[in-house]
Design a protein around this ligand. Sequence first.
Ligand SMILES: O=P(O)(O)OC[C@@]1(O)O[C@H](CO)[C@@H](O)[C@@H]1O
Length: 358
Amino acid sequence: MPPVITLESPFARQVFHERHAVLFNRLKDAHPYGPKERAALDNLLETSQNGTIAEPEPAFDREQWLAWDQRHFGTPWPKAPFLWAESYFYRLLLGAVGYFETKVDPFGPFKTAELHTLNEKEDYAWLENPLDFDAALMASLYGNRADLGFQLIAGNTEIHNQLVADDSAKVHDFFRRRGPVPVTFVLDNAGRELLSDLIFADHLLTNDLATDVTLHTKPYPYYVSDATMTDVSDCMRRLKDLPGGAGQRLHAAAADGRLRIRTHPFHCAPLSFHDMPADLANELKSGLTIFKGDLNYRRLVGDCYWDPATPFRQTVSYLPGPTVALRILKSEVLVGADNLESAERTAGTHAMIQMYQP
Ligand SMILES: O=P(O)(O)OC[C@@]1(O)O[C@H](CO)[C@@H](O)[C@@H]1O
């Protein structure tokens, strides 16, 4: 593996110093947190910028985190791998606000606001006509622009994203030749992105390209807007208000077992999918698995300074079955594409569709 991206990278540093500070102010505005939670948040912000990585407090997942440690506990935060540190940061955030006792999603108000500001007539008029495959695939890809964590400090990315890798024809061809197959989505964000993933899932089911669809969520709130089981329920209900009938069809698919919702503790692990446990790998080996978003991409190829010319297949050949990555670039990792400046890799202005078939 090439050198790992650490918190010494200027982009990662900006995430820890600027994005997290904005996020914590929003959290304090959105919730009636008392002195204990506010002090814990302040302490986490300060320590994660300059302090030492401490073990997690006694909690149901302490043993799990000790196993995922990889000898980072007791070392300085600024030297830690970006992926490991950012994942642990979100786990500590949940502890700081008492999530494991209250089960109140700290990011819930932001996700709800996003879901209810969209206008079913104006934003989704395009659903009134049946979608073709490419439109449904692109909706799912560009849904990844709607990442509330990224938007905390991002500028305007409402321009058509430049595709730096485009395996869409391969994906379409796979379905034409092999469909219908079981399809698994490893989801990313709730809200608009999840709505567009559900629209793609509905397209696959109604056009006999998928026998069934399984949605993998995060087991708990993570990276601000990542989808949990609760978010899937909320989006499924919201989808029923949109034109085109996808909400009603997917509800029926859930009722007869063609649409399933799953989670796995490893979806919150601070590690790449190279380390995924056998039971999860087993779930991803049949049909086609679609990994959504930037964080899943970092975990898929390894959050490293790859030579961008490295073929995608070389980085994911450990995977048990055909796989597609749909990602808006919002971090530095890049494979299977021409080189891009660091600023272009992190601005949310470029996109990629990459496919691997063993
Ligand atoms: O996975 P997503 O929602 O597409 O993006 C997550 C993200 O906003 O967070 C990380 C940096 O904080 C990056 O992976 C990316 O910028």
